[in-house]
Design a protein around this ligand. Structure first.
Ligand code: SAH
Length: 242
């Protein structure tokens, strides 16, 4: 797909979904990233979506649905970023944010790091590791915002994410159609960890074929520091989820 066609499809998808369209430089970055993603994905499995229109809709637009939730200049952690979602679209569109992308799979982090170099994204840093790993303890309590897409059910996600927030900071969880059910199931986890749900919003992701897919954005603010035992080892989290 050439750059002009790519730009037109992206601008139209952004307009349909009420998202600010990328400027010329940002559009070039998205185009270059798409090329790189497809190139690497041909031999290393990073995403099941293998064509530009799907990537624009399901990865870029979807990642940007909550863009307005991020305060100016925030220090952001994308927990379980995979090949860079939502971190890379956010880093392109919001140069003011200072983003750390974390994933347990080293090959995905290598890809995100390399992409940040190619796109000259100085606001994005990628680290490999498990969120609950002891080696990351020093990073707990350091972020204004933690965001996460497609990593775990909300009760488990809260245990992984909330300890990374400063008091007063927020988790912005990007969820699917069943977000309200997940929220109900996470009531206990949110309470134990010192959080409070401050906003939920249902969004419809509109595709080029005018189909709507339901998404849910959940914002949980950390009101007080979580007890020091969290996050527990992953086996313990799964055995006895909060
Ligand atoms: N956020 C991306 C990837 C979702 S797949 C997207 O929306 O496309 C889930 C990712 O979370 C995987 O890449 C997996 O390696 C990572 N992950 C799962 N549990 C994790 C943990 N405890 N710590 C860090 N990364 C984790």
């Amino acid at each position: 797909m050439d750059f002009t066609t790519f730009s037109q499809i992206f601008a139209s998808a952004a307009a349909k979904n009420g998202i600010l369209s990328p400027n010329e430089v940002q559009m070039q970055q998205f185009y270059r990233f798409t090329e790189h993603l497809l190139e690497v994905n041909a031999h290393t499995n990073l995403t099941a979506i293998r064509e530009p229109v799907g990537i624009i809709e399901k990865h870029y637009i979807d990642s940007l649905l909550a863009m307005d939730y991020f305060p100016e200049g925030a220090r952001v952690l994308d927990l379980g970023c995979g090949p860079g979602f939502p971190s890379i679209p956010l880093a392109i569109m919001r140069p003011d944010l200072k983003i750390t992308a974390l994933d347990s799979t080293a090959k995905k982090i290598d890809f995100v790091q390399k992409s940040a170099e190619i796109l000259q994204l100085s606001n994005l840093n990628a680290i490999s590791g498990r969120a609950e790993d002891l080696k990351l303890r020093k990073t707990l309590g350091k972020f204004d915002i933690v965001t996460s897409r497609a990593v775990a059910r909300l009760n488990v996600l809260c245990e992984l994410c909330l300890p990374y927030l400063k008091t007063g900071g927020s988790l912005i969880a990007l969820k699917g159609a069943k977000f309200e059910e997940e929220l109900t199931d996470a009531t206990n986890a949110i309470k134990i960890l010192g959080g409070e749900t401050t906003k939920t919003e249902q969004k419809e992701l509109i595709t080029a074929k005018n189909q709507a897919e339901t998404r849910g954005i959940i914002e949980i603010q950390l009101k007080k520091e979580p007890p020091a035992q969290y996050p527990r080892a992953y086996a313990a989290i799964l055995k006895k989820p909060l």
